[in-house]
Every structure is written in structure tokens, then in C-alpha cells.
Write a protein that binds this ligand. Sequence first.
Ligand code: PLP
Length: 432
Amino acid sequence: MERSLLIKPKMDDEYPTAVRGEGVYIYDAAGHKYLDGSSGAVTALLGHAVPEIIDAMYNQSKSISFTYRSQFTTDAAEQLAQKLNELVGSDTDYWSFFVDSGSEATETAMKIAIQHWQEQGNYRKNKVLSRWNSYHGITLGALSMSGHLERRKRFAPLLDELPSISPPDAGLAGAEELDQAIRRKGADNVAAFIAEPIVGAAGGVLIPPAGYYERIREICDHHQVLFIADEVMTGIGRTGRMFGMDHWGAEPDIITLGKGMGAGYTPIAAALVSARVMEPILKGTQSVMSGHTYSANPQSAATAVAVLAYIEKHGLVERSAMSGLYLLDKFKALGAYCPLIGEVRGKGLMIGIDLTADSAVNRPFPKEMGVTAAFVKKARDNGLLVYPAAGASGGDGDTVIVAPPLTINQEEMDELVRLFKKTAAELQQEYS
Ligand code: PLP
């Protein structure tokens, strides 16, 4: 191709042209092979070109690929909703609202939370509180809830107020900040609180302490505020449990899913809404004021059903937990060898690795050095894909996320660690 007219995230960067994917590997037009150590954007949960998923997509397309949600339901969409409800495994049913991206899922959750209170005549209860170092999506409603300064700053005049609560690594005191924030705003004005069970891109895998979400649940119940768990990144086995919230004993009112739900085979995402939240809507207008042309698309729904069946058949949630422990150990050991590698945190196959100027004293590199971007690029040149997680606060500090497909085997994990180590050693040399 002579010249590209494609708008890219970074126009000055030369992207390789991907031509083929197989298992945990992607191949480009120049014949280079990349180990997909980040599942793209923490998405390709099963790796590439899994025959069972391709068959399911083909079979669905032979019967019907598209129906419009206001005209038909389909077996594929109904099956998916039933399966997700079963996986949540609560005493309460969870209804599914299907959309096409994580941003739409969190924005739908926001709207349903507000509608829940409106249907009860409560029109002022419409603020959604959130935390710093959070990312809930790029569309304006989702961005409004996101504690990500870099992504907000151009659009600040169009967005709601900044978040008021510390990220979850602030510990249990951070949970108390929610109580204070609700009191400051007035509980009558607050519809919901949204949080990623484990913070992904905006914090680099920040894991709250035991008891954190149990306390969040108490505070939400006390003030009659809904709790939305944004599981777009953590959901569907990524953290070694089916849902990220399964690591804590607190049940959200609304769960958002995306990324791993279609595992990169199709764009599909969802807001799962508890029957408690749906009740006033079902007794009231009986219609959720949201929806897209491709909502509940049968082609996407059939793909997601096949993804969930594959995960179950191959025990991939348990495998994610085991493989995560293996990789966590390996990266911690690397840290002892390489001063560039700072703290390593993770649950299942969602691992955050801090890149530090001096890991002994946890001294970050200055932001201007762009160390995260340099690491991601060098890793790519070495044939390894990792996910950048710096920049949410606009301050110093660098983190990359390692989140390979849950199907990764031992040999591939060893290769991943070897390529990571090579990249860290080369960068270390450049900086010393
Ligand atoms: N919520 C979380 C926790 C995410 O990590 C993301 C994407 O990274 C989103 C929402 C937005 O999802 P999408 O990029 O599919 O719109």
C-alpha cells in the first residue's frame, strides 16, 4: 500500500500490518511474529482463530446475522442473557442489556441507574460518583465518570465534575471517602457509584484490600445509592474468577461487561441489571431509554455464547488463576534482577508491572521521558505485545499490563517472560 489514510492513535508511529492470528500469536505482513501478551486491549481472551468460535459465527450467519432489537428477539440473544444470569449466580436475577462496546455498557448502566430513581418519582437523584485513576470509556457520558485527566482535558467543558474518591490502593480509608462524598453531595442527588473491581488501564492493576467492597456495599445501601461494578476488563475469567467482584463478598446492582465477552471475535458488551433495579422500570414505563442499531445483534450474541461455552469446556477460569500465579512469581523474580522492574501486582492473568528509575526506593521516571511508550514499542520490536497503563493522573509513574489469552500454555508463558526480560534489560541499558 502506497500511503495510509487511516487515522491512528499516534499518527507518527508506523504500525505493522497484521495479516494472521493463531493462538497467542499475531503475524504481520513483513513476516514478524508477535506474542500477544496483552490480548490486544485485554480482549482476545481465547487467543486467535479458535475453530469452535469461527464455526459458531459461521453457523449463526447462515441462519440470520442481523435483527433489529425493536422488531425481534433471537435464540442467540436469549441464550446469552440466560447464561450470563446463571454465571452471576445470585439469588436475584440479572437482566441483560446488550450493546457494542464497553463505553456503551457503562453509559447504559449510568442511564439505567438514573432511570431507576426517576421511575420512583425521584428526579434529582442523578449524579454518578466515581474514583480517581479510573477508566469507564471514551464516549462523553462514560468519560464523565472516568478519573483519567489525560483523556478528559480536551472535553472538560462537556463533562460532569471530576471524581471525588481516591483509587482503591488508598485502602479502606478510600472506601470511607465514598461515604463523605455522598454526604457532601446529599444522598438525594446521588444515583450510583461506579468502580472497576480491579483498576485496569488507568491505574495499572490496582487491587483493593479485603473488606473494601463489603464496606462500599454498606455505604451504598445506607445512602440508597446503586453500586455499578465496571467489569469491562475484569469480567469473564480474566482475574482468575468469572467476575472480578467474585474476589469480594459484595453484590453489585449493575455489572458492565465488554472486551472478553466477545473475546475479540465480535464487538459485544452488556449491562447486567439486577431485578431489584429493574423492578420500578418494569412497573413504570416498561422501557429502558437507551439502545443502538446493533444492540443484541444475533451474530455477536451467538459468538459470545460460544466464547462462554469454550471457557467452561476448557476450565479457563481456573487456568487463568493458576497461570496468573505462575507469571506473578516469574515477574517478581525478574524484579530482583532488573532495577527497572518495580512493584508487580496481579490477580489471574491481569498483571501490572511498574517501571521505575530505581526499584529499591520505588522512584518513578519523570513523565516527559515516556518510559511506558518506549517499553511498549521496544517490546513490540522484540516480538512481544504488552498494554500501556500510564498517564491517568497526568503525573509521573509508568506501568505496563501483561494479560495474555487465558489459553496460554507454560512454554508460551516462559517465552513471554524471556521477551519481557530482554526488553527490560535493553531499556535499562539505554537509561543507565
Ligand atoms: N471500562 C473499562 C474498565 C475499560 O477498561 C474500558 C476499556 O478499556 C472501557 C470501560 C471502555 O470500553 P471500550 O473501549 O470497549 O469502549
